[in-house]
Write a protein of this length. Structure first.
Length: 505
């Protein structure tokens, strides 16, 4: 059996082992498991009750099924250590662009949900055509060398920022935009009400950011234990990052997953809490999925009703979903493949055509099953950092997602402070790619820098690629270095420029 696995997935050929692949698959799952609950929350815009609950249940099941199908495609077709799930950012855009308008015009949110699924399905079909014809692969390979090297580093910063943000190490601040976790403010707030906290110098913006990060009612931090339960995740996450670094420097196999497991145990012990299980709603989620999610896209062609304005709006939305998913995927593939040392002699990911096809099929599947755009997940880099090099790790990740269909609380057991260190550490590893950029050539340095910095600052991989591409084209034109090879990146720059002006995200 082991020999068959090794032969099918080329485990030994890629310098890995079955044990390492299993650990990597678990690591990827725990790093991205949050999407199971977060995606339906984003689709309904954190509105609950009535039709919103119906949508939430349908999206919950669809999100898991799409993650399973998309990740299995990577496991058995591309045989790469990547995982797929519904993309963050695109799910929020789905609510704003599709569900919210139906609410504002007085219709049921289900109408907007169906119309959004129709657009997702259409964009998925376009993805698939571009992938099968090789157009997506051609576009990816035509990116300038400076952007190919900057994209993985930018994704590393983006992943690290997600880790810092998820656990609250970095918080919003109304004056400086962001700030480090305010230990003193939390400790000082013990026993104070909201007015007393404000008078003591803890700004309302900071208080609200704490509420957002920790889902905690800050009208009162009654006891020292309340304060500690807010501080503990930050402390555990920072120590977790140090633990991964130490274990990895000692060549301990599975340093990432060991840290995730250890941090989870420490969290519950330190905060004196028990993980909760609520299996009561599992049955209803399947009912609502069958009623509204499955093939709901075919009930949403009303998105084209209402004249030329409605048609143009639907076309713009479809193109927008296409652009964002295409370049999110391209960026993620280059970043994770670079981290895994799985690039060809031209600096392009191995099996890139199959990778693109996997992503496209998953997006079509998402539209059919009832959820927003499925894309290759940037957190796959966590599994790669744990040693994943083959489709076996993707198979393990898919199996874990499948279990979530019936044990929805499983994913929620692992707290953010346990997975955040893995994301931060991936940022450390991926940043080294930027050292390959020729910083002595300013025409390459500026686009590379913009691609690097704009990913975390705009919270979007595709925005970073877009701004880097626009800068590259403008500088190449002005310096006389523009060549025929740059026609493709020019097209990318033009399309994204139009998107920036025509669509808000």
């Amino acid at each position: 059996m082991n020999k068959k696995l090794d032969s099918f997935f080329k485990i030994s050929e890629r310098g890995s082992t079955i044990k390492t692949e299993i650990i990597a698959g678990l690591t990827t799952f725990f790093a991205m498991a949050y999407i199971v609950v977060v995606n339906p929350n984003q689709i309904v815009g954190f509105n609950f009750g009535g039709d919103f609950d119906t949508i939430w249940n349908a999206v919950y099941v669809a999100s898991i099924l799409v993650a399973v199908i998309g990740t299995l495609l990577y496991a058995f077709y591309a045989k790469m250590p990547f995982a797929q799930a519904c993309g963050m950012g695109l799910n929020s855009f789905f609510f704003v662009a599709c569900v919210l308008p139906s609410i504002l015009r007085g219709d049921s949110p289900i109408e907007g949900y169906r119309e959004g699924l129709c657009i997702i399905l259409l964009s998925g079909v376009i993805f698939l055509v571009l992938s099968v014809t090789g157009a997506r692969t051609y576009i990816a390979k035509a990116l300038p060398d400076c952007l190919k090297k900057a994209i993985p580093a930018g994704i590393g910063l983006f992943i690290a920022f997600i880790g810092f943000k998820n656990v609250g190490i970095i918080q919003a601040n109304q004056y400086t935009f962001v700030q480090f976790f305010d230990f003193h403010g939390i400790i000082s707030a013990v026993g104070m009400n909201l007015g007393e906290m404000t008078a003591a110098g803890l700004s309302r913006g900071v208080i609200e950011s704490y509420t957002s990060f920790f889902n905690y009612d800050f009208a009162r931090v009654a006891t020292s234990m309340d304060a500690w339960r807010l501080i503990a995740p930050v402390v555990i996450a920072v120590l977790g990052l140090f633990a991964i670094a130490v274990l990895d420097s000692k060549k301990v196999k599975g340093s990432v997953i060991l840290t995730i497991a250890g941090a989870t145990v420490v969290y519950y012990l330190a905060t004196w809490q028990l993980p909760s299980f609520d299996l009561g709603k599992v049955g209803q989620t399947f009912v609502d999925f069958g009623k509204e999610g499955l093939f709901g896209a075919f009930k949403g062609f009303g998105v084209f009703a209402g004249g030329i304005t409605a048609v143009i709006n639907a076309i713009v939305l479809t193109i927008t979903f296409c652009l964002v998913d295409m370049f999110d995927t391209i960026g993620t593939l280059y970043g994770t493949a670079a981290q895994a040392d799985m690039l060809d002699e031209n600096g392009d990911p191995l099996e890139i055509e199959k990778d693109m096809q996997c992503d496209s099929i998953a997006t079509v599947t998402g539209g059919l099953l009832g959820t927003s755009t499925c894309t290759t997940f940037v957190e796959s880099a966590a599994g790669v950092a744990a040693g994943g090099r083959t489709g076996l790790s993707s198979l393990v990740t898919a199996a874990c997602f499948f279990l979530c269909l019936f044990l929805s609380p499983v994913a929620a057991i692992v707290p953010s402070c346990a997975t955040a260190p893995a994301l931060m550490y991936v940022g450390v590893l991926m940043l080294k790619n930027f050292g390959k950029v020729d910083m002595s050539d300013i025409t390459a340095a500026v686009p590379a820098f913009l691609a690097l910095i704009m990913m975390p600052l705009t919270y979007s991989i595709s925005n970073g690629i877009a701004i880097g591409a626009i800068a590259y084209v403008l500088i190449a034109l002005c310096t006389g270095k523009y060549t025929k090879r740059d026609i493709v990146v020019t097209g990318i720059a033009v399309l994204f420029t139009l998107r920036f002006f025509l669509v808000s995200m």
